[in-house]
Design a protein around this ligand. Structure first.
Ligand code: SF4
Ligand code: SF4
Length: 121
């Protein structure tokens, strides 16, 4: 499968996960958010408006998915939003659904080919 090396600002040209999942969270998290961006799901869970429908798109997302986006409530976004990390399973699922190339997760191990490297000088 094709994949793409991620960059730190990749989310700013993506936004796929904000327009794919139902973004739900414990209702009290919504108290930190501006009025009118959440809706009640159950007595204890809320979700971001716009995400509990067939073609989801979070009300707080501005811009064009796959081109340039930003989150209008970034500092107050829910724990569910923070859970999705670039190149994780949810991220790549959302990207694929939006016809975007998935990311290759960063390797955390040290490079294997440095052992015999000799410095010049
Ligand atoms: S799908 Fe991945 S790259 Fe796109 S905005 Fe979400 S976390 Fe960022
Ligand atoms: S609150 Fe922000 S990060 Fe969370 S889904 Fe909406 S636009 Fe995306």
């Amino acid at each position: 499968m094709l994949s793409q090396i991620l960059t730190p600002n990749a989310c700013l040209t993506c936004g796929a996960c904000c327009a794919y999942f139902r973004v739900s969270f414990y209702w009290a998290e919504g108290l930190e958010m501006p009025e009118n961006v959440t809706e009640e799901l159950t007595p204890v869970y809320s979700c971001m408006k716009g995400t509990n429908r067939k073609n989801p798109r979070c009300i707080a997302l501005t811009g064009t998915v796959g081109e340039q986006v930003s989150c209008g409530i970034y500092e107050a976004r829910s724990s569910s939003c923070k859970e999705v990390q670039i190149a994780d399973e949810q991220c790549n699922k959302a990207r694929l659904a939006r016809n975007m190339i998935p990311f290759t997760p960063l390797e955390t191990n040290e490079p294997l080919n440095d052992d015999d490297y000799e410095k010049v000088g």
